[in-house]
Design a protein around this ligand. Structure first.
Ligand SMILES: [Zn+2]
Length: 279
């Protein structure tokens, strides 16, 4: 029982308690979850309602391939890219490090140290919130601009990505001090794909997952596959035809191609052609 007008919700065994409403309840509330976080208690209300997709036929011309990276969070096959958050988070990281050093000198069990720990937890929470907002903003933007998005199927991501560093294998050429915790990156990518998938579904678009094998070693011009095409971290240089590009851009192109959209586009044209003919 949620009493939105008065900002109250009824919880079993507790009764009515006040809550701050962040958005209106849509449809029929089905489920309530209460959880505790560093800065307070949160209540989620799961609702059921029907939603029509915004579009009925995805526009294949808007299809884009995405290459996920370490330095660049992602690179699109159209050449656009979005950097990772690490630079932006640095001031916050410094604050956390400073506080952690100070805690070492505080008396155990004192009020002082309790306050410091609370502050630390809140800083960590803020960091997590910033990361999550970033993932939402990026996924929303992409879904707004593209009906069809092609990503790598990270479950089968393997050693082929080692030159730039993958989750399972950070790669020898990646500096140990890239400043990025791999488990965080892993989690971020997973979340990002989840957001992309449900946002595309709501829109009526399609998410395609392709095999990531050799996407970073294959030349988009001549198709030559070689580790030597990727001797430097950021530069792709084909040893056969001499084609040169930003390595992530080349990879994103391969990812888009792997979706086999050329064939799909043909079929879509056929369907469109048929529809135009008189029945
Ligand atoms: Zn080539």
């Amino acid at each position: 029982k949620a009493d939105e007008d008065n900002g109250r919700i009824f919880l079993p065994k507790i009764g009515y308690i006040r809550y701050r409403n962040s958005r209106k309840i849509e449809g029929i509330p089905k489920n309530v979850t209460v959880r505790e976080e560093a800065d307070g208690w949160y209540v989620s209300i799961q609702c059921e309602f029907e939603l029509k997709p915004e579009i009925s036929i995805p526009d294949i011309d808007t299809a884009v391939g995405i290459d996920m990276g370490v330095k660049r969070f992602l690179t699109l096959s159209d050449g656009n890219f979005i950097n990772n958050l690490e630079e932006k988070l640095k001031p916050l990281e410094n604050k956390i490090a400073l506080l952690q050093r100070r805690i070492k000198h505080k008396v155990k069990g004192s009020n002082n140290i309790k306050k410091a720990y609370l502050k630390l937890t809140l800083l960590h929470k803020r960091k997590a919130d910033i990361r999550n907002n970033f993932l939402h903003q990026v996924s929303t933007l992409l879904v707004k601009n593209h009906d069809v998005i092609v990503i790598e199927d990270l479950k089968v991501r393997n050693m082929s990505k080692s030159a730039k560093g993958s989750i399972a294998n950070p790669g020898t050429k990646v500096k140990a001090k890239s400043g990025l915790n791999r488990s965080i990156l892993n989690e971020a990518w997973h979340k990002f794909f989840t957001y992309l998938e449900y946002k595309l579904k709501l829109k009526g678009g399609i998410l395609i997952k392709v095999n990531p094998k050799h996407t970073s070693q294959t030349c988009i011009k001549c198709g030559h596959i070689s580790k030597d095409n990727r001797k430097e971290q950021e530069i792709f240089r084909c040893v056969k035809c001499g084609y040169e590009a930003h390595a992530d851009h080349n990879a994103a192109h391969n990812i888009l191609r792997r979706a086999g959209l050329a064939r799909m586009a043909c079929q879509a044209n056929l369907i469109r052609g048929r529809q135009q003919e008189p029945a």
